[in-house]
Ligand binder design. Sequence first.
Ligand code: SAM
Ligand code: SF4
Length: 467
Amino acid sequence: MTKTVFSNIINEEIIENRLSNTASTPNAAEVHRIYSKAMQLKGLDTDDISILTAVNDPELLAELYKTAKQIKDIIYGKRMVVFAPLYISNLCGNECLYCAFRAKNKEVKRRVLTQKEIAAEVEILEKQGHKRILLVAGESYPRQGFQYILDAVDTIYATKTGNGEIRRVNVNIAPLTRDEFKQLKAANIGTYQLFQETYHRRTYANVHVAGKKMDYDWRVTAIDRAMEAGIDDVGIGVLFGLCDWRFEMLALMQHIKHLENKFGVGPHTISVPRLEPATGSDISIHPPQPVSDTEFRKIVAILRLAVPYTGIIMSTRETPKMRRETFALGVSQISAGSRTNPGGYAEGESIEDEAQFSLGDHRPLDEIIYDVTNLGYIPSFCTGCYRLGRTGKDFMDLAKPGLIKEHCDPNALSTFLEYLQDYASEKTKQLGLSLIDKVVKEMDDEPRQRSEKMLAAVKSGKHDVYC
Ligand code: SAM
Ligand code: SF4
């Protein structure tokens, strides 16, 4: 296997120096200065973040959470974007020691869904009310090669059930060449998502012991290739539990700064998966550097301060309780009703031995929507920005002066109403309708008028109403 050229996107020496020069108990005045800076919504630099990782004083921590909540409220309001992952194959040529899909794991049954089986999964998700899918696969496409993924994206968009349709397909698959990324873009995907897992080279080498994924540089440069190929909505992330989370936070920032400097825009989303137990993986059961619940809350809150306009995704790896807590700290997108075994929506979660990792939140979509609504958030199935070309830098240019809210709030309400009318249980519908009323009444004139018009259109039976 040929190795890619050494990449200098991440400078470990700078990170190590910064962390070792950060006082173990930061000065309160310094921390307050950083909180005030964060409230200007222009983000933080790596020094600030390094200091925040060391905050343990209960009062300062409470202020961190409060600041994160304020920023989240200003930028994202009460919206919470909802999606479902769709695992199409668990066949994989890599040996990632934390993953049940790793090539040598004999405890997992392999399954590559046919296009017909993919369509059957999509129908189930559509009948639940989903509009956004994250396609996920292991790194091995034996029969049709990469065309398998392109066909899967086409199948998902082409599958319709009554009023049900998938309007945005995001993709989480192994790094591609620039040409393949161009084909993925032409297939009309939303976000391309890829987690570096760990930015720490030595740790990376220890846990990726065979297959293409051993090549750290091919992976860390993948987002560059995606953006060069024209995919301007990209998602990055770290698999927390492999290495010191403080190191990962600073490295994540270096990656973001690199993208901002090179492309004028950073990632659209950041994911924060924590290691969960996976069949046939000791590491997943005994994480080398476990991240406690308090540290996890800190990670989400610090990210909210550091990159205010980048969405934070919380998956069903976490428990309902932890998910609820992090909504207030900055999370803006959640998966719901997830299965991590290919065919899992049609055949159920019981086929544990085909799943990638065990879930913390097993509730069906309607129950999660009820819960989110009950907390005062508006579940959003909106896909407007991407379909109107408001992606990448165009999205950020609207988001930064606060203009995106004029679209997001009405779009969240109209797609939520569509869900309530077409799919919700009576209990969820009643709760949702009263939340919509309340939110509309509290809006400023212009967005309220726009929302009322859009909601009236949905009430009259129109679908897919967005601005
Ligand atoms: N195979 C592709 C790859 O590795 O990039 C994409 C799909 S992989 C199934 C998606 C993500 O699942 C990985 O990037 C990793 O972060 C996460 N993952 C793997 N094992 C996990 C575990 N035990 N607990 C939590 N997340 C895990
Ligand atoms: Fe394969 Fe991805 Fe799992 Fe690694 S994380 S074994 S590449 S599916």
